[in-house]
Design a protein around this ligand. Structure first.
Ligand code: ATP
Length: 604
């Protein structure tokens, strides 16, 4: 069966998100909306089979107690009674009992098939939410990560995405319970509509009392989400800063901080569990009172014993559905905060100053110009770069010189197109760099920095990260130029040695050399060395600089360093002071560099 659903309908009936039909979760909900009618139909079928089996209790009890089927039974039983009357009297009890068993086992099979279907859809939605989150994070611009705490993002993928997918299971549970309740209600009306009205009044009163507690649960759920986030943050702090904690003997302090946050989470979880647990007995108590009241009213109405029994059995079988409905509603309430977190991340827009250009990289070679470029970080206190204008001449090695906090990394970030200028622009010859596609631009710019990001793989895979198709010979050549080949060859598995996440099995200098080989392998037009050799000894650094200049696996280079021995390999220089260009031009003409030489300073 195919049913056409409009988007508004889909998210109203299938409210996966909290932000309505245009919310960020709506596309995922829409993908699976076609499963809903099948799940509802199977739910209805299971309830019909069950209520049919309960309805057959009336002829069965009448046959057992009175030996005959009375007149005036509800209309829905007429076909069954007609069929029974065609059988010999002695076989009727057995036939009804057999029919009841048949209906009960058919109901079981339909229910099991529906549970498998729901598990499938829940799994797919959960997977889709996680991949949508990963896709969103990968596509967001760099400034987003400067503004937001990494642990919050990890928590959304690791915890909130699961909790959001849990909502789907609970929503299905709500839908199936409601379908079943509808079928049961119709049966109850057909049996005795006046008594049914009495039941409805009782149920409405119970609902009103329960909704008061739902509001409280929602608040408690919010606290659980917040405390979960704080715990993840504390855990990451311990893992990332274990060296610092040991060196400064802060073990007890961090342990106490962890204990406190964990205890807070325990408390808020306990509060949710207590509230959920206390609501169930309260509900059962109210339902039992209603049950007894129905029995009394039925006897006042002089209902026959078989009819009263069938009515009460139907009511009794409704109870698990009502409980499931309540549990699902209670379960959804504390999960709303997680859904909101997932929606927040999925709904993140790209940076307002995106890399808009779609032009390919020009084939011809040009100088790179910064013209009046200014930039302030979203969380910064002032301009990191102010009206900066300078040139990185084509075919040269240019030193970028400045004290800590001067703005060198900001220039590097702009060159890598991780951030875009607020005012001013970068040019390649006459072409604004913002007009060139960011992907094409980055393929021609490679960076080797002081902190090298290594992936969990072999050394060869790490070096070839920017060019996975490179041959082993090319990888080895890049490693030789980066002065890494020798130490790699001495490792037990050579280029096939695994470095582990973040390269923990290697020294800082070894990691830097692998990073340098990775940058060289892509043969960039612009090679950026951002303190790329500060962890290697002076002698190795000179060897590396010599090899780099000899082999020239790049067209131009920008070298950020505090060491004179590194800077002197450059022909040009740019001096940055507090976000402004203090001087630029041939290196040896710079006052800053001349002073270093005059005072024979190795570092500044
Ligand atoms: N993510 C950030 N958020 C807010 N402000 C930042 C951020 N990164 C840098 N800044 C600020 O921008 C200014 C320039 O920083 P930048 O990192 O470019 O300096 P740098 O010359 O590279 O310093 P260093 O040599 O210490 O790496 C500094 O005042 C710094 O505090």
């Amino acid at each position: 069966m195919s049913v056409a659903f409009n988007s508004k309908w889909s998210t109203t009936v299938f409210p996966l998100g909290t932000r309505g039909p245009d919310g960020p979760l709506a596309p995922i909900a829409r993908r699976y909306i076609s499963w809903l009618p099948r799940i509802v139909l199977f739910g209805l079928l299971a309830s019909l089979l069950e209520s049919g089996s309960i309805g057959l209790l009336i002829p069965l009890l009448s046959l057992v107690v009175d030996g005959q089927i009375p007149n005036g039974l509800p209309t829905f039983l007429h076909p069954a009674v007609g069929l029974l009357n065609t059988l010999p009297e002695g076989q009727r009890v057995l036939a009804v009992a057999f029919a009841i068993l048949l209906l009960i086992s058919a109901k079981g099979m339909v229910q099991a098939a529906n549970a498998a279907r729901i598990a499938y859809v829940e799994g797919r939605i959960s997977h889709d939410i996680r991949t949508a989150l990963a896709e969103r994070i990968l596509s967001l611009n760099y400034p987003f990560f400067l503004k937001h705490d990494g642990t919050k993002l990890v928590n959304i993928i690791a915890t909130d995405s699961w909790r959001a997918a849990d909502v789907v299971r609970l929503i299905f549970s709500v839908i199936i319970s409601i379908s079943a309740l509808c079928v049961f209600c119709v049966m109850l009306v057909l049996l005795q509509w006046k008594l049914f009205c009495f039941v409805v009044a009782g149920v409405v009163a119970i609902r009103a009392i329960q909704s008061l507690f739902l509001r409280k649960l929602r608040k408690l759920g919010q606290a659980v989400t917040e405390d979960n986030g704080a715990l993840s943050q504390q855990m990451l702090l311990i893992i990332n800063s274990i060296r610092l904690i040991r060196l400064f003997g802060q073990h007890d302090r961090e342990h106490e901080a962890f204990r406190e946050v964990s205890d807070r989470l325990r408390g808020s979880l306990l509060a949710v569990q207590k509230a959920t647990a206390s609501s169930m007995p309260r509900l059962e108590m109210m339902q039992s009172i209603l049950f007894v009241a129905v029995l009394l009213v039925a006897s006042e109405m002089a209902m026959s014993l078989p009819e009263t029994t069938a009515f009460l059995v139907l009511l009794y079988r409704m109870q698990p559905r009502v409980t499931a409905l309540d549990q699902a509603r209670l379960g959804i309430a504390p999960l709303r905060a997680s859904v909101e977190q997932v929606e927040w991340l999925l709904g993140q827009e790209d940076d307002p100053i995106p890399a808009v250009g779609g032009r390919p990289m020009p084939e011809t070679h040009h100088d790179i110009y910064f013209k009046n470029v200014s930039y302030s970080y979203p969380t910064g206190s002032g301009a990191a770069l102010s009206e900066a204008s300078f040139t990185i001449p084509y075919g040269t090695s240019t030193a970028l010189i400045g004290r800590s906090g001067a703005g060198k990394s900001t220039i590097v970030n702009l060159l890598c197109r991780l951030i875009e200028p607020e005012t001013g622009a970068l040019y390649l010859g006459n072409a604004a760099i913002s007009e060139i596609s960011a992907g094409a631009w980055r393929r021609h710019v490679a960076i080797a920095g002081q902190d090298i990001d290594l992936i969990d793989g072999t050394i060869a895979e790490n070096i070839a990260y920017g060019r996975p198709e490179a041959s082993l010979a090319e990888i080895e050549e890049a490693a030789r130029i980066a002065d890494a080949d020798e130490f790699i060859s001495r490792l037990p598995f050579g280029y096939d040695s695994r470095v582990g996440l973040r390269g923990l099995s290697l020294s800082g200098g070894q990691r830097q050399r692998i990073g340098l080989a990775r940058a060289l392998l892509v043969r960039p037009r612009l090679l950026i060395l951002d303190e790329a050799t500060n962890a290697v000894d002076g002698l190795s650094e000179q060897t590396i600089m010599q090899l780099l200049l000899e082999h020239r696996r790049f067209e131009s280079a920008l070298v950020v360093s505090h060491r004179r021995s590194t800077l002197q390999a450059c022909s040009h220089g740019i001096v940055i002071e507090q976000g402004r260009v203090a001087e630029s031009g041939p290196l040896r003409d710079l006052a800053f560099y001349s002073q270093m030489e005059a005072e024979d300073l190795e570092t500044f």
